[in-house]
Design a protein around this ligand. Structure first.
Ligand code: PLP
Length: 518
């Protein structure tokens, strides 16, 4: 067996192939203690296995009734140490908020206090079975119920559904409630209005629910165009779906007026509150006429997230929509907490549109979110949003002289600062700057989103970053912005120092290698 089974050789940058390394890449492909990692298929083989199974009892095979596999499934076998090393090495190549600033706009990569993890791992919460008798899980039901009460208080909304499992799932929940409410009054409507400054999941959700989506333009300021919205609010409009703070990083100042106009036209106001982080403790969406809003617990109330999970997207409802909220609902009376499900729902829940998930939602996130809320308290939560907005404005004002900030004149931004690629030298793009930021040791900001800005860069600094940490990030971004403006073509080759250089991302996404073909 070759000592370098992958045959992979690092493509070193000009800096690294200089005198210090004698121009030589390493034999193994490793870089000091950063280890090169082959694919599982390259380490193991389909003819080996890391576990011993007893031989199949022929009579048991008969009982499988023809369901047994006809042949190997093409997954490689590895020993336990090989498996452990593979995943541990890969984990060292991962980048997370615990390693450094993670300025991914719209995603709110929060610091996750260790206290939350401790509470979430308490066996009384972590080891619960969703079908355990209600009398044995009163503590867990209390957590879900208390968290729901906090969400209602913080948003000023009377109803809540805890079960949706992500922001987009919460949007679906909100729109299903709106559809049920409209159908209940015999007024099914066909259209959902979505401003161009909304998150992409908003039109996707409305379309998934069968609504025709119509766009409302943004003003030059980066906010929803109130006049255009008003002009389109006719009797076929089921809902206005608006992201606040919007994806231009701005507070939708007209939200209250938009709510009045929507209601006057018989429509509902859906607010995408994924980034409640920026306004928590300062604004109650219920006071602005919002009828339904999801809150991404994983963005506002901590929980490690990214890479597709975990998420949790509870939805709060206005008086008008609360009766249509999904089951199960947790209620409290003199006897304790109980679950209202289909069989036990009385008249009070007769209009519920149904159910979003099989059980109750993401218990591990409920415990983390409630721990986060209780450890901060109401004043601490207001400080979270204050710090988030302060940090983002510090980034915006520190960089607006070297990076084009299209909405810098629209007043303070919220939790994220938006820049464009205007002014970059010939041939240089947002992608080149983002890839260069990897060499500087940062996960790139959100790129090419929102779509309303050319070559958009959406930078969200996270409220827990210290001033020295922000200054270092700003320094790195300034340095790269100046190189981009000067037309430094080497940026097109970045990253130089990452375990992999620039990949064909389209090919990687469209043709992933998932089975052994050797
Ligand atoms: C993250 C986000 C969503 C989607 O949330 P998921 O949990 O990823 O489904 C929707 N809207 C906005 C504004 C977001 O930032």
């Amino acid at each position: 067996m070759s000592l370098n089974p992958t045959g992979w050789r690092p493509e070193l940058s000009p800096e690294l192939t200089g005198a210090e390394s004698g121009g030589q890449p390493t034999f193994t492909g490793n870089r000091a203690l950063m280890l090169e990692e082959p694919l599982l298929f390259e380490i193991g083989s389909i003819t080996t296995t890391g576990v011993d199974f007893p031989a199949i009892d022929p009579s048991a095979a008969n009982r499988l009734g023809g369901l047994e596999r006809a042949g190997p499934i093409g997954l490689p076998g590895l020993s336990e140490p090989e498996t452990v090393r593979h995943y541990t090495r890969l984990s060292r190549q991962n980048y997370g908020i615990d390693l450094g600033a993670f300025p991914l706009g719209s995603c709110t990569m929060k610091h996750n206090p260790r206290l939350n993890e401790k509470v979430a791992r308490l066996p009384g919460f972590a080891d619960l079975h969703p079908l355990a008798p209600v009398s044995t899980v009163q503590g867990a039901l209390a957590v879900i119920h208390q968290l729901g009460e906090w969400l209602k208080t913080l948003t000023g909304m009377p109803g809540v559904a805890m079960s949706p499992k992500a922001g987009a799932h919460g949007e679906l929940c909100g729109l299903l409630a709106i559809r049920a409410a409209l159908e209940a009054r015999g007024d099914a409507r066909a259209v959902v209005l979505v401003p161009t400054s909304a998150h992409g999941t908003n039109p996707a959700t409305a379309a998934f629910c069968g609504y025709a989506v119509e766009e409302i333009p943004a003003t030059a300021e980066g906010r929803a165009d109130l006049a255009a919205l008003q002009a389109r609010l006719e009797s076929d409009v089921a809902a206005v779906m608006i992201t606040n703070p919007n994806t231009c990083g701005l507070f939708e100042r007209d939200l209250g007026r938009i709510g009045e106009l929507a209601h006057a036209a018989g429509a509902f106001l859906y607010c995408d509150g994924a980034n409640f982080n920026a306004i928590v403790g300062r604004v109650r969406p219920g006071d602005l006429g919002v009828d339904a809003m999801h809150i991404n617990l994983h963005k506002t109330f901590s929980t490690p997230h990214g890479g597709g999970g975990p998420g949790s997207g509870p939805v709060v409802f206005s008086e008008a929509l609360a009766p249509f909220a999904p089951l199960p609902v947790i209620e409290r009376d003199g006897q304790g907490y109980h679950l209202v499900e289909e069989e036990t729902a009385g008249d009070h829940h007769a209009s519920s549109f149904g159910r979003m998930v099989a059980f109750h939602g993401q218990m591990g996130m409920f415990t983390r979110a409630l721990t986060y809320i209780l450890s901060h308290g109401a004043d601490g939560l207001a400080q979270v949003s204050g710090d988030a907005v302060l940090n983002a404005n510090y980034i915006l004002r520190s960089l607006e002289d070297v990076l084009d900030a299209p909405f810098a004149a629209s007043g303070p931004c919220m939790h994220e600062a938006l820049f464009s690629d205007k002014g970059f030298g010939e041939g240089l793009t947002t992608l080149d700057l983002a890839k260069s930021l990897i060499d500087e040791g940062y996960h790139p900001m959100t790129m090419y989103f929102p779509l309303v800005v050319h070559g958009a860069m959406l930078v969200e600094p996270t409220e827990t970053e210290s001033k020295p940490a922000l200054d270092q990030l700003i320094g790195a971004l300034r340095h790269l912005a100046e190189r981009a403006r000067a037309g430094d073509a080497t940026m097109k080759q970045a990253p130089f120092f990452a375990p992999r250089r620039r990949l064909d991302e389209t090919l990687a996404a469209r043709k992933p290698v998932l089975v052994w073909e050797g």
